[in-house]
Design a protein around this ligand. Structure first.
Ligand code: CMC
Length: 392
C-alpha cells in the first residue's frame, strides 16, 4: 500500500483532475471552462453558465432554447413531494429541508437513477435544475406560512423562483427586473468553485456510484456549515451583533485577533485565495449600485465597510493573507432583496447546483475515477486484551 502521508483538510492533495474550473488563488483568478469570471458576470447569465459548466461549451441559440425549455417543462413538484413540507416544523432551517427534499427525488424518479445511462443522467440533470428552485421557494413559503405557488413556465428560471418565493396565488407578481438581474449575477458568481467542501462531497458520494440526487443532497448538507456556504448567514449575524453591541468595529477585530471564544471574521479568508476573491471584487463593485436600488440597511453596510477597511490595514490579516471572500457582501444584498438570514445559504445552493452536477458527471465519465477512500494515520491504543465487565 506504500507510504501514507497525512494531509488534514486536503491542503495539498488533489483528489481528481478536472476540466471545469480554474483558480489561481495567488493572482485572484477564476475561470469557468476557460472563460474569466469577470466576462461571464458581465456578458453571460445563469442559464447559459449552467450549460457551459455541465456540457463544456457555450451553447448556440438553438441549444440554449432547448435547454431552457426542457428545464421549464420540469419545474413542477410531484404533489406527494409537496406534502413533505408539512412534516417539518415551521421554524425548520431551510437547508436541511432542501437536502431532504432533494434526497427524496430519488424515491420519485426511480427510472433515472443509473449513473451509467447517459439518458438517465441527462433527465436527472434537468429535473434537478428545474425542481430545486421550486423546492427552495416552497421551503421559504413553509417557513412564513404562505401558500405554495405553482411555477409559471412562461418565466425565466430566476424570475420564476422569485415569483414562487415572494408572490401570492391571487395576485400578479411584478418582478423587479433589477432584482432578477442581481440575483442572476450572484448565481453566476456561485456556480462553481472546483474542489470546495460541498463539491468534493458530491464527488466522493458519487464515487460509490450513488445516484445524482443522493450525491447532490449530500453536497447541500456540506454547504450548510458556517465555514462554507453558511458563512453568508453568519456574516449578517456578525454584523447585527456588532451593531447591537454599539457598532464598535475595532473591539470586534481585537477579539478576532485574540481568538477570543474562537471568534472569526466571517466572510474573510479562503483556503485557495491568498488575494482578493475575484467574486467578492465583482460583488463589491455592484453592491453599492444594487443596494442603492433595493434600499440597503445602511448601518450594516457601513459596519461591513469599516470592518473590511480595518482588517485590510491590520498586520494579523495581512500576514495571513486574509481578504474578503464571496460571502462578505452577499448577505447584505440578499437581505435587501427581502430574503431572511436563514435563507441565504439556500441561495448559495441554487447557484452552486450546476457546478455540483458538472463535477458529478465529469467524475462518473472519468475512467480514472475510483471509489473515494482516504487513508488515515492510526494514533489509538496498541493491541490490548479484552477486560471482562466485572473487572473494569
Ligand atoms: N478570521 C480570523 N482569522 C482567520 C480567519 C478569519 N475569517 N480565517 C483564517 N484565519 C486565521 C486562522 O486563525 C489561522 O491563524 P493561525 O495561523 O494564527 O492559527 C490562519 O488564518 C489560517 O487559517 P486556517 O483556518 O488554517 O485556513 P483554512 O484554509 O483552513 O480556512 C476558511 C479557510 C475559509 C475556512 C477560513 O478562512 C474561515 O474560517 N473563514 C471564515 C468563514 C468563511 O468566511 N467561510 C467562507 C469561505 S468562501 C465561500 C465558501 O467556501 O463557502
Amino acid at each position: 500500500t506504500g507510504l501514507v502521508t497525512l494531509d488534514s483538510g486536503f491542503v495539498n492533495t488533489a483528489s481528481c483532475s478536472s476540466e471545469i474550473t480554474y483558480i489561481d488563488g495567488d493572482a485572484g483568478i477564476l475561470r469557468y471552462r476557460g472563460y474569466p469570471i469577470e466576462q461571464l458576470a458581465q456578458r453571460s447569465n445563469f442559464i447559459e453558465v449552467s450549460y457551459l459548466l455541465i456540457y463544456g461549451e457555450l451553447p448556440t441559440q438553438a441549444q440554449l432554447d432547448e435547454f431552457s425549455s426542457k428545464i421549464s417543462r420540469h419545474t413542477l413538484l410531484h404533489e406527494d413531494l409537496k406534502r413533505f413540507f408539512d412534516g417539518f416544523p415551521r421554524d425548520a432551517h431551510p437547508m436541511p429541508v432542501l437536502s431532504s427534499a432533494v434526497s427524496a427525488l430519488s424515491t420519485f424518479y426511480q427510472d433515472s437513477l443509473s449513473p451509467f445511462d447517459a439518458n438517465q443522467v441527462e433527465i436527472s440533470t434537468i429535473r434537478l435544475l428545474a425542481k430545486v428552485p421550486t423546492i427552495a421557494a416552497y421551503a421559504y413559503k413553509k417557513s412564513v406560512g404562505q401558500p405554495f405557488l405553482y411555477p409559471d413556465n412562461s418565466l425565466g428560471l430566476v424570475e420564476n423562483f422569485l415569483r414562487m418565493t415572494f408572490g401570492f396565488p391571487a395576485e400578479p407578481y411584478d418582478v423587479d427586473p433589477d432584482l432578477v438581474r442581481a440575483l442572476d449575477l450572484l448565481f453566476v458568481l456561485h456556480a462553481d468553485h472546483e474542489q470546495n467542501c460541498s463539491t468534493s462531497t458530491v464527488r466522493l458520494v458519487g464515487s460509490s456510484e450513488a445516484n445524482l440526487f443522493a450525491s447532490i443532497s449530500a453536497g447541500i448538507n456540506a454547504l450548510f456549515g458556517p465555514l462554507h456556504g453558511g458563512a453568508n448567514s453568519a456574516v449578517l449575524e456578525m454584523l447585527e451583533k456588532i451593531r447591537a453591541e454599539g457598532g464598535d468595529v475595532d473591539s470586534f477585530v481585537r477579539k478576532v485577533k485574540n481568538k477570543e471564544d474562537g471568534v472569526r471574521l466571517m466572510g474573510f479568508g479562503h483556503r485557495v485565495y491568498k488575494n482578493y476573491d475575484p467574486r467578492a471584487a465583482i460583488i463589491k463593485k455592484t453592491a453599492d449600485e444594487i443596494l442603492g436600488k433595493l434600499g440597503a440597511d445602511d448601518q450594516l453596510l457601513d459596519i461591513a465597510k469599516k470592518l473590511e477597511e480595518t482588517a485590510l490595514a491590520d498586520d494579523y490579516f495581512i500576514e495571513r493573507k486574509l481578504y474578503p471572500n464571496v460571502d462578505f457582501y452577499t448577505g447584505l444584498i440578499y437581505r435587501a432583496m427581502g430574503f431572511p438570514t436563514k435563507f441565504f445559504t439556500v441561495l448559495f445552493a441554487l447557484g452552486r447546483l450546476p457546478g455540483w452536477i458538472a463535477h458529478w458527471r465529469e467524475m462518473i465519465q472519468d475512467p480514472a475515477t475510483k471509489i473515494g477512500r482516504p487513508r488515515q494515520i492510526y494514533v489509538g491504543s496498541p493491541e490490548r486484551d479484552f477486560v471482562p465487565l466485572d473487572q473494569r
